[in-house]
Design a protein around this ligand. Structure first.
Ligand code: NAP
Length: 278
């Protein structure tokens, strides 16, 4: 018997800390939909069975989080081209024909978070400085290149990782040494921290902003704390800033739309609700 109840969730290990249920349940209630979003703790050795079981269990799809974002790619049938470039998926959609479709919405979430703060933000405003070359950086770099960033200066503690990423993704990306992170801010229009430096319990990020134009948008994708030292430093000298909560909230929207058929909005009420959990 066909059912209109829509089931989605998030697979991770561990996954209890995930804010995704609170975000999706908020939208399910707001749009008065018949469905739910559940936590799916899945150990790495069970990932294949769990992903392939989605269809049999009647799921519309699920989010994929740490540590499964790369490994899950091997268990879906079709992967979105941008997610292939990123090398990781954070969303699976079970298509009507039963096919499992993998996509990555982190880059969308990041760009949408910038446009929340500056509605007319454009990637071609000037050079971009990206700190970090990990998983989140890959998604942000692919999105920035696609959006038309004219020059991207990629700075990472391990230069070889930044160089490999610049070679792989091509386009306007150049790799720079960690020691040069202060100098590469010269003339930049956007600075983004994608390293874990500044996250609660981690070392702070030491960065001298003297060379950064005061008009540059400064963003940090860390959301605990909401105001990192980098953002506080930027605000003190007059730069506009974007914290990491917007990316977290906006990355959930395309997945929700794919499963529930409604493109939800990031409202002040949702922000307040999720901020209260941080
Ligand atoms: P990841 O793949 O582990 O990458 C970590 C990055 O941080 C690497 O570039 C690493 O450099 C750098 N790093 C770590 N310790 C460092 C140190 N002591 N000095 C200099 N660089 C250091 O992690 P990720 O998944 O990309 O996540 C990175 C951050 O983004 C985390 O704080 C995470 O919470 C946040 N995040 C936020 C969102 C959101 O929605 N707002 C989404 C995803 C991630 P090496 O290459 O040299 O190791």
């Amino acid at each position: 018997m066909a059912s209109t109840f829509i089931l989605a969730g998030v697979m991770g290990w561990p996954v209890a800390h995930s804010r995704s249920p609170a975000i999706h349940q908020h939208w399910i209630a707001q749009h008065q939909l018949n469905g739910t979003y559940v936590l799916l703790p899945v150990a790495p050795e069970r990932l294949g069975d769990a992903v392939r079981g989605l269809r049999a269990l009647g799921f519309a799809g699920c989010n994929i989080t740490i540590p499964h974002k790369v490994a899950a790619m091997a268990h879906v049938d079709v992967i979105d081209p941008a997610a292939k470039k990123i090398g990781a998926i954070n969303t699976i959609v079970v298509r009507p024909n039963g096919e499992l479709f993998g996509m990555n919405t982190d880059g969308f979430g990041y760009l949408a978070s910038l446009r929340d703060v500056q509605a007319d933000w454009r990637a071609d405003r000037g050079p971009v400085v990206v700190l970090g070359a990990g998983g989140a950086a890959r998604a942000i770099l692919v999105a920035l290149v696609q959006a038309g960033a004219p020059e991207i200066r990629l700075v990472n503690r391990s230069l070889d990782k930044a160089q490999a990423l610049a070679d792989e993704l091509g386009g306007p990306i150049t790799a720079h040494r960690w020691e040069d992170r202060h100098e590469v801010l010269d003339g930049a229009a956007l600075l983004v921290n994608t390293t874990s430096l500044g996250m609660g319990g981690q070392e702070p990020l030491h960065l001298d902003l003297a060379r950064l134009p005061v008009t540059a948008l400064v963003s940090d994708i860390i959301y605990v704390p909401l105001t990192t030292t980098l953002l506080a430093q930027a605000q003190a000298r007059g730069n506009p800033t974007v914290n990491g909560l917007g990316m977290l909230l906006h990355q959930a929207r395309p997945a929700f739309e794919a499963w529930f058929g409604v493109m939800p909005e990031v409202t002040a009420e949702l922000r307040t609700r999720i901020e209260a959990t941080l």
